[in-house]
Write a protein that binds this ligand. Structure first.
Ligand code: FAD
Length: 358
């Protein structure tokens, strides 16, 4: 643990001053963590992944007084909560929206709504159940939630060692970090590959279903179009044989200033065409959904190798047994359900359990 608790103060970036909060936990939703907590290479916890699970865990651990760093291989914070500009259009190309059931997550989402970073998406497609989106796309929402957290993007963790009661973590760029506890929040098959590469898998007795858990691929088309589509906001292929799982109108959703449509292909079609060249995949996929799209100005293909897991693990997260070191934890959407809220809850739960063990 770090000796002082600077992060129990609310930092107001407007006037650059630190103001003591009489009851910081009550202000959790508006906490800003001071920037001097960044770039610490020796911490209590190192979190791999700045998706929603990693951010939820980081917030929880900082509020409990632990030092940490979050490393992510991507250019942007957010993982599968991702958006992309295509000319003047803004298109969500991972998670399209999310629902909320848990009171803690609702409070976190409400804080983003109050700040203008998230909003409800009232559309008939959801049969009156409330769905939330980033007001300016999912990526922007994740940047809002990541504000002030000690996150280093473009740092892919490539190797791990455990020596003298500490994890040693090496990134592709050659940086080295040490920590007491390691929390991996990437999809479980990726996390296990990392441990396998480090020849550390045999050190742990993982439940058998860890090794059989699989993720589907998802191919997505980001289309800038001449006009809005002739369907309303969201299109699901209910009862019809189509190769897509959902199409979303990003203009109707209110995040894009120009007509722009996201198309997610279903698991079967995505698997079949996942290894196609870009040219082949674009030709096939655009042809397959042409009848549902207005004239297209520009089209971009994205590939999610680990999209969603069909059969998640029936536990909140996983921690190595109390009786043995190293202290390792897994969280993310491999647990509970492959959904935004479940991943957040998994990250928070792993952080709570780690806090009792470090
Ligand atoms: C196409 C698509 C559509 C979806 N639609 C919805 C939806 O509508 N509603 C919903 O609720 N959910 C949806 N989901 C699922 C939802 O996006 C995920 O469940 C959730 O975002 C997972 O968050 P996470 O933090 O567990 O993982 P991720 O967001 O995947 O975060 C893991 C992070 O780990 C990083 N990482 C991996 N390996 C390394 C490494 N070696 N070193 C450093 N960093 C590493 C990755 O870059 C990534 O940022 C969708 C997902 C996809 C792909």
């Amino acid at each position: 643990m770090i000796s002082q608790l600077p992060y129990i103060e609310v930092w107001y970036p407007e006037n650059n001053s630190l103001a003591s909060s009489p009851s910081p936990l009550k202000h959790e939703s508006v906490l800003y963590f001071p920037s001097y907590l960044k770039h610490n290479t020796s911490t209590d916890v190192l979190i791999v992944g700045s998706g929603i699970a990693g951010l939820a865990a980081a917030r929880q651990l900082l509020l409990s007084g632990f030092s940490l760093v979050v490393l992510d291989k991507g250019r942007n914070t957010g993982g599968r909560m991702a958006s992309r500009h295509v000319a003047n259009a803004l298109i969500d190309h991972g998670a399209q929206h999310f629902s909320v059931r848990d009171p803690w997550f609702q409070e976190w989402v409400d804080s983003a709504i109050q700040a203008g970073a998230a909003k409800e998406w009232p559309t008939a497609a959801f049969n009156a159940s409330t769905r939330y989106i980033g007001s300016q796309g999912m990526r922007n929402l994740m940047q809002f939630w990541a504000e002030g957290l000690p996150i280093e993007q473009n740092e892919q963790v490539v190797n791990l060692k455990y020596e003298a009661d500490l994890w040693q973590v090496e990134t592709q760029s050659g940086k080295n970090y040490t920590c007491k506890a390691l929390l991996l929040t990437q999809p479980l098959p990726q996390a296990l590959q990392l441990l396998q590469h480090a020849q550390l898998v045999d050190q742990f007795s993982f439940p058998a279903d860890f090794h059989t858990l699989t993720y589907t691929h998802c191919l997505a088309l980001l289309c800038r179009t001449q006009q809005a589509p002739n369907w309303d906001s969201v299109l699901y292929p209910y009862g019809v044989q189509e190769p897509f799982s959902v199409m979303v109108d990003n203009l109707a959703k209110g995040i894009s200033k120009e007509p722009a449509i996201s198309v997610h292909f279903n698991a079967e079609c995505s698997l079949e065409h996942y290894e196609d060249s870009e040219e082949q995949a674009l030709a096939f996929l655009s042809g397959a959904v042409k009848h549902l799209l207005p004239p297209v100005i520009e089209m971009i293909l994205t590939r999610w190798r680990y999209s969603q897991t069909e059969i998640p693990l029936h536990m909140d997260c996983w921690l190595s047994p109390e009786t043995s070191l190293p202290l390792l934890a897994f969280a993310g959407d491999s647990f509970r359900a492959s959904r935004v809220e479940s991943a957040a809850l998994s990250g928070r739960e792993a952080a709570k359990q780690l806090a009792e063990r470090i």
